[in-house]
Structure formats: structure tokens, C-alpha cells
Ligand binder design. Structure first.
Ligand SMILES: O=C(O)CCC(=O)C(=O)O
Length: 281
């Protein structure tokens, strides 16, 4: 038995029961899976509060590591911004689901947040991997962590069940991927729920028609032979590295680091100091 399998079994054990055959079959067919109570109510409140603090501190720099988008608050690289987010890349059932989709040898690709502001948030249907893959050759899996209840009104994520296995892109198949797909469903659920979905599934944000923000964290996983959205080694801060255990370092693929290059990130180092100064964690 190799290290990865041993780690995997330990994680499953810590997290209680592992996926049943029925659950695995549903994941294979539908391309997504719901995990209730992945976060406690206290974690939800703490994360929501911290995301807002980070957005306020980062200002116009927020999201620059990955992507910015009008009408949303996006934050990149949450790995290095507060340890409270570590659960999003270490939750046993989430990892087991991602491994069921991709195979055992996975790593974190990126850990970001996206908060749809009132009146915004709609996306065209898309896959988070630009390439068309055949069933069983899946490269990436996404997990979305609900930091408020997702209702039909406040901009829940939509997915087209089964589309991960079609080997086709929404942009090629639909006249207008911004429109509804006849088979789409909304991923609604209580705050603290985590949906894990095959990143090849056609999905997208929807319009937040409520008066409140719709915050969520996205932990993106990929096969280890596929490039990361954020090169975790380049972004790794020495203090983050220190606190991560061997399993977490393996998940981020940053094991054995002896040199860090904060010079590359001078512009941001003050920002990181400010982020960490008042952290209660
Ligand atoms: O925020 C959402 O509901 C979906 C986000 C999404 O699909 C994306 O950022 O690619």
C-alpha cells in the first residue's frame, strides 16, 4: 500500500463512513454530490466575516491572483490568508469524492472565494477545464462551500447533470450558454453544505436577485499530472508552510520546500502582514 492510499484511508476513517456504491454511481452519472454540514454554523460565520475583512483589506487587489469579475467579490489564494480555510482542502468526504472522480493522486489546484453581489453573478454555462475529455479521463473537480443558504433567488450555482460525460463544451453546443439549459438544476442548500462537482460538468453562477451578498468558497482539485490554477509553491508563504502538516503539504504539492520567494510578491507582502496581524487564528 502506498502513502497516498494510506493517507486516503486515514482521512476516510476520520470523516466517518465512506461513499456507498449508490453514492458513487450517482456521482458517476450526475457529476455532482452534496455533503451536508461540511461546515459548522460557527465556521460559516467565521469564514464569511473573514472573507469580508480580506476584501476590505485587499481593495482593488482582491482576486488578482486568479480572476476578477464585475459584480462579485473574488479572493484568490485563501491557502495563505487564514488557516480557518484549511478544512476546504482537507475535509475527508470532499477529498474522497474528488478522488472518486479523478483517481487517488490529486492535489489542490486553487482555493478562492466568489461572492455574488445583489443584482450580479450570472455566468454562461461552462466547464472549469477548457478541454473536452472522455468519460473516465476527468482532470479536475470543484467543491463549492456555501457560506449562506443558497436559494433559487440569491444566485445559486446551476449545473447540467450528466454533462461532464458528454465530451462536449457548452459554448459549442448551445446557441447561447447564457440562457437556461432545459436540463439544468440549481444547487440549493443550507449554509455549511459543500457540493463537489466534476469540473467538466456544464455549470455557472446565476443572478443574485436577493438584497444580500451570496458568498462561497471554491476549492479546486486536479489530477497531479495536470497544471495547478495557482502554482502553490510560488505563492507559499513561510508561515503557511510551517503550520501545514505532511498531508496538507502533499495535497498542495509543496513538500520539501526550503526556499521561498517573497521577492516575487513584494507588492503583496505588506498586504499579507496586514492580513495576518489581526487574525484570531
Ligand atoms: O459562484 C458560482 O455559483 C459559480 C462560479 C463559477 O462557476 C466559476 O467561477 O467558474
Amino acid at each position: 500500500m502506498n502513502t497516498i492510499n494510506t493517507t486516503h484511508e486515514a482521512e476516510v476513517h476520520k470523516g466517518g463512513r465512506s461513499l456507498s456504491d449508490e453514492e458513487k454511481q450517482s456521482i458517476d452519472i450526475n457529476g455532482y454530490f452534496r455533503i451536508d454540514n461540511a461546515l459548522s454554523p460557527a465556521q460559516v460565520v467565521a469564514m464569511r466575516t473573514r472573507l469580508q475583512e480580506i476584501v476590505d483589506i485587499e481593495g482593488d487587489d482582491a482576486g488578482l491572483e486568479v480572476h476578477t469579475e464585475v459584480g462579485t467579490d473574488r479572493i484568490g489564494d485563501l491557502v495563505n490568508k487564514d488557516p480557518m480555510f484549511d478544512i476546504c482542502f482537507s475535509h475527508p468526504r470532499v477529498l474522497e469524492t474528488a478522488r472518486h472522480m479523478l483517481g487517488n493522486d490529486i492535489r489542490l489546484s486553487a482555493l478562492n472565494s466568489r461572492t455574488a453581489l445583489p443584482g450580479y453573478g450570472h455566468h454562461g454555462l461552462h466547464a472549469d477545464s477548457g478541454s473536452k475529455v472522455q468519460p473516465g479521463e476527468y482532470e479536475k473537480a470543484m467543491s463549492i462551500w456555501l457560506l449562506c443558504d443558497f436559494t433559487e433567488d440569491n444566485g445559486p450555482t446551476r449545473v447540467v447533470p450528466g454533462s461532464h460525460s458528454w465530451g462536449k463544451l457548452a459554448a459549442e453546443e448551445m446557441d447561447d450558454p447564457n440562457l437556461d439549459h432545459p436540463d439544468q438544476i440549481y444547487l440549493t442548500g443550507k449554509a455549511g453544505t459543500c457540493f463537489v462537482f466534476n469540473a467538466h460538468i456544464w455549470h455557472g453562477g446565476t443572478m443574485n436577485n436577493s438584497e444580500e451578498k451570496r458568498p462561497a468558497i471554491f476549492a479546486f482539485f486536479g489530477r497531479r499530472d495536470v497544471s495547478q490554477s495557482i502554482d502553490q509553491k510560488k505563492y507559499m508563504r513561510p508561515e503557511t508552510y510551517e503550520r501545514l502538516d505532511a498531508t496538507a503539504r502533499h495535497m498542495l504539492d509543496v513538500e520539501g520546500m526550503t526556499e521561498f520567494s517573497p521577492a516575487d510578491f513584494d507588492r503583496r507582502s505588506d498586504q499579507y502582514k496586514r492580513l495576518n496581524k489581526d487574525s484570531a487564528y
